[in-house]
Design a protein around this ligand. Sequence first.
Ligand code: ADP
Ligand code: MG
Length: 247
Amino acid sequence: MSSKEFALYIEGLTVSFDGFKAVDNLNLYVDKDELRVVIGPNGAGKTTVLDLICGKTKSTSGSIKFKNKELTNLSEHQIVHQGVGRKFQTPSIYENLTVYQNLEVSYPKGRSVFGALFFKMNDDIDKRIKQVAEEIFLSDLLYTEAALLSHGQKQWLEIGMLLIQDPELLMLDEPVAGMSVKEREQTAELLKRICVGRSVLVIEHDMEFVEKIAHKVTVLHQGKILAEGDMKTVQNNPDVVEVYLGH
Ligand code: ADP
Ligand code: MG
């Protein structure tokens, strides 16, 4: 396959921890505008795949290309600069700051706040913060301290802190864990909206949720792909049934 056809192009990716291959010769191709869900039993290597893509863990071998650029030899910081954003399993927000301030500190840096454009720029940032708050259902809570948000709202805020940086690849590790039914529905709606114009990679356990959002599902087992395709195909795959239901 030509790497030009995919936004994210992973081939032969392997990482071994003291001889144990947590990810084993993985090939994974994700398109632009695609929302891919990775499922698999505990210990399958799902989180490790995200760690490898964002540079937190270094691969033993293999290639990870994003928009045709090799990521495996870049630092975590450089990978963020390539437009890759990643949300961890537990929300990492600033509890003692407001929703507004959390979004503000996440606004991409590197543009001077001095000079004639100062006021104009602050105005743009303010608009962008409010736009993102709207997207993540937190418009009414802009000036509320993050500590007071529900667990689900904290998860949304962290997604917002990534969205404000406008990543081209967004990776989310179990985003609906601990959410109420209503919050799960809203998150499904949010994820369907935000995959437009970018690639989204989601790890999730909740099958009802996966069915709602996934364009394509990849099933990981012992660091390898067990099955891949639309939800129906994957659910009816005998290997997948065996891994999930045992014997
Ligand atoms: P999943 O997210 O699918 O539940 P993980 O990717 O977290 O699985 O873990 C896959 C396997 O790799 C597990 O057996 C885990 O213990 C192991 N593992 C993950 N990270 C490390 C590490 N940094 N050092 C050693 N072993 C690790
Ligand atoms: Mg995990």
